[in-house]
Design a binder for this molecule. Sequence first.
Ligand code: PLP
Length: 394
Amino acid sequence: MEPYKKFQQHLSSELNEIRKAGLYKEERIIASPQSVSVKLASGQEVLNFCANSYLGLSDNPGLIAAAKEAMSSRGYGMSSVRFICGTQDLHRQLEASIARFFGTEDTILYAACFDANGGVFEPLFHDSDAIISDALNHASIIDGVRLSKAVRYRYANADMGDLEEKLKEAQKHRFRLIVTDGVFSMDGNVAPMDKIYALAQQYDAMIMVDESHSAGVVGKTGHGVTEQYNLRGRVDIITGTLGKAFGGAVGGFTTGRKEIIDMLRQRSRPYLFSNSLPPSVVGAGIYTFELLEKSNELQDRLHENAAYFVKRMTDAGFDIKPTQSAICAVMLYDAKLSQEMARRLLDEGIYVTGFYYPVVPQGQARIRVQLSAAHQRTHLDKCIAAFIKVRDER
Ligand SMILES: *Cc1c(COP(=O)(O)O)cnc(C)c1O
């Protein structure tokens, strides 16, 4: 028998198991730009409440023009990693823009935040060190920690008592790093950075926060959790993505203390052994941070939209998880209900996603609504009306 045959049977039966469990992921095809409303391949136009385009920049004409301009002046691709011949003036400019945005000393770009998190722990921490990680941290943090030789500790989501216990246990190590998401993507809660900072001081630990869902969103002017908690310049490592609020293309970064960034440039494997970001993405990135420094209009509108949506949904009797971000979890608890309701909402022209176990805990099924600065009041009202209609017809 051909060597693949046996493996093929194995995969087919596993894929069938996934299908039987109802966990097979089908991709819905979109035949338009990513925007506040999208056209599905079926021709149906729906309002989009499940993109990470928090500031509505994915189809912003200014970003598109900046990307085209950078492609015209600096070419299509870099055909190199950064340290051989893949660093243009634009790359350094974007790194400086990101450092200015977060109030940090320097920045290193990656192809994605998945790579930033995958490449941050292994070069910095060894078997004499401890990494103390929130249980709900993103998969890329979990994988990144696995790649390092540091000893792992895990504390229950945002549970400061548990974090303190783990910090006590970890006193025997040389260095300690607490790592947390800024906003947790299933609930929309913000990590209690003030308390984490106090514990870190007390127990001699450094702090890393992944701002993927919080940068551009959280804080009075959208500068992330370090703005919200008045900790600018005091968090040692920040990672983030250009794939959500900041335009939604690709790209990730680590920003923070100068020596840390310096060491990552020397030793971080996804940086050393993977291609440099293309000029179009970098040029649009520079434009994005300029735009956000110039005006706070988008962040303000996002905050207004999120507050309006949560208030109106709560008034309508929906069970909404307390949120401090642009993520609004409409709790339904029942897995099947979450799927049915999402399907019915799509019929009504509202694109949202239902999540259930194992993505969220057993019995905690929900529909996640993601707000954007691009939503207008009429869009929000249409979404709320559809939720009410679909609920009441049951
Ligand atoms: C989305 C996300 C990532 C991955 O970002 P990419 O740039 O798409 O790889 C990493 N961490 C968190 C917390 C995220 O939400």
